[in-house]
Design a protein around this ligand. Structure first.
Ligand code: IMP
Ligand code: MG
Length: 193
């Protein structure tokens, strides 16, 4: 389980998905995305939902042997030390040279939890009249997202626990863990609850 970083490892209760499982699955997802890309003469716009999907996206795109462009969008439901979703807000729509009109867009996010974030991101993309939209998430917590929020590509279904690593944070930290893990209970501060 070691990350070779005892300063991080000491906070981990258990690893849910290890780095080898992640690497294999990301490759398989990229193969699926490549196979489904409707027209190899047209680029795929991969849209990175900041900040949590940067690690996933960086690995995923290196297994896409197709034309692609990169865009970013900032969205957040968890703020500070909360592990409860506080409702979505597009907190920063970064200016990007990538215009999504008439493009094939792949939204890339770390996790589909309540679905509120992805609903808002997808609506924001659809408002720009893309040619096609699909969503890839590394993780999904089962039975939480309502039926109207879908992801075409899902890495792993995981238990309903607050997880960190491979881009996912708690209070801004632990994004650099190479695996998906649950922290020890004493690491989570409870927001007055
Ligand atoms: P949703 O809007 O509830 O689906 O939440 C999605 C966003 O909340 C994700 O993109 C993550 O940034 C964050 N999030 C949801 N669950 C977790 C978790 O278990 N650990 C870390 N961040 C999470
Ligand atoms: Mg996120």
């Amino acid at each position: 389980m070691s990350t070779t970083a005892p300063v991080l490892d000491k906070h981990i209760e258990r690893v849910i998905v290890d780095q080898h499982q992640i690497a294999d699955r990301v490759k398989a997802m990229a193969a699926e995305i490549t196979a489904n890309h409707p027209n190899h003469d047209e680029p795929l716009v991969t849209l990175c939902v900041l900040n949590g999907s940067v690690v996933f996206l960086a690995d995923l795109i290196r297994h896409l042997p197709i034309r692609m462009l990169l865009g970013v969008i900032g969205a957040s439901s968890y703020r500070g030390k909360s592990t409860e979703s506080q409702g979505p807000s597009i907190w920063h729509r970064m200016h990007s040279p990538v215009d999504m009109k008439d493009q094939h867009v792949l939204i890339v996010d770390d996790i589909l939890d309540s679905g509120n974030t992805l609903r808002l991101v997808r609506q924001t993309v659809e408002d720009q009249n893309p040619k096609s939209v699909a969503t890839a998430v590394l993780l999904r917590k089962p039975d939480k997202a309502p039926p109207d929020v879908k992801a075409e590509y899902i890495g792993f279904d995981i238990e309903d626990a607050f997880v960190v690593g491979y881009g996912l944070d708690y209070a801004g930290e632990f994004r650099n863990l190479p695996h998906i893990a649950v922290l020890k209970p004493e690491c989570y501060e409870h927001d007055g609850a």
